[in-house]
Design a protein around this ligand. Sequence first.
Ligand SMILES: *Cc1c(COP(=O)(O)O)cnc(C)c1O
Length: 358
Amino acid sequence: MHKKLFIPGPVDVKEDVLQKLATQQIGHRTKEASALQRSISEKLQKVFYTDNQILLSTSSGSGLMEGAIRSFTRKRAAVFSVGAFGDRWYKMAKANNVPADLFKSEPGYPTTPEMVDEALSTGKYDLITVTHNETSAGIMNPVGEIGALLKEKYPDVLFLVDSVSSMGGVKIETDAWGVDVNITSTQKALGLPAGMAICSVSERAIEAGRQVEFRGLYLDIVDLYDTVKKKDHQYPSTPSLPHMFALDYQLDRILEEGLENRYARHKEMAEYVRAWARKNFALLVKEEKYLSQTLTTIMNTKEISVGDLNKKLAERGFMISNGYGDLKDLTFRISHMADYTLDEVKDLISNIDDILGL
Ligand SMILES: *Cc1c(COP(=O)(O)O)cnc(C)c1O
C-alpha cells in the first residue's frame, strides 16, 4: 500500500505531475529546451518574488548550497545555524577549504538580527548564510529582518539563504529582503520528486564570485549563470529533462492556485497540527512568530515510540517522521507542505489519535 508522506520531503506528488516526468526526451541544445527552461525561470521568478536570474541544477538542494558557499565567499563566511541543516552549510565550507565560522542558536531559538549584527561588526565576513526554515527544529528565521539589517549597516555583505523546505509554502520576498542567493529543492513545498535544485542569484553575487579563484566546476554558480545568459537558458551539462517537464507543469498548477491561496492553505494546515500538538504534547519552538509553516516539530513529552506509531500508521497508509540530528530522540515531525489539504491533515491526525488513544 502507498503511504502518504507526511515527512518533510520527499512529499507525495500529484498523479498528473508524475505523468509529466514520463514525457519523451528533447535535445538539450535545442530551441525547445531553451523555451522550456526560460518558461520555468519566468514562473519561478514569481514564486521567489525576484527579478534576479533563476538557475537550475541537476542535484538536490545540497548541491547548490555547497556550490554557493564555495562560489561566493571571497574573505570569510559567517554561517548561522539553528539546527542540522545550518550545520551542514558549515561542514560544506570546511570540506571545500572555504574560511568560515559557525554561529549556533540554542535548539528551538532563531537566528536573530542581533546575532548577525554582533558577528558582522567584527568586519571579518563578506558573506552570511541563514536557514529560512530549519527542517530539524521546525523553526522559521526572520530572514526579512536580517535582510533589513544588512541593507542598513552591511550593504556589501552577501546574503545566502536556504529556503529548501519552505519555498512555495510561505511567502519569501527574495528581492525585498535583499537575498543574493536563495536556494530550494523540488521535493519539499514545491511538490515534485527530488533531483533538482533551484536558486535565484543577484548580479552582485556573480561579480563577487568572479573574484573567487577556485569555484569547482559542476557546481560553479558563476559558470551556470554565464552559460544560461550566453546560451538562452541552457546549462553546461545535460539537465534532468524529466524534472524540467514536471516543474514547468507544476508551476502552472501553483500559479493557478494562487500564491496567496497556497500560503493560506499551508498556514491553515500548520495551525491545525500545532493546536493538536499543544494539546497532546508540546512544541519545540516556543515563540509563535518563529514557527514553521511547512512542518511542525513536536516534543515527544509522552515518550511514545515513534517507530511503533509509524508501523501502525503504515498499515493505514501514512508516514510521519522521527526527529533529526541532535533532536532525533526528543522530537517527532509532521510535515504539512506542497499539495496536501486540511482534510488530509485532519485524516492523518485522527488516525494518530486513534492509534495512541488520545
Ligand atoms: C531537505 C533540506 C536540505 C537538503 O536538501 P536536499 O535537497 O535533500 O539536498 C537543506 N536544507 C533544508 C532546510 C532542508 O529541509
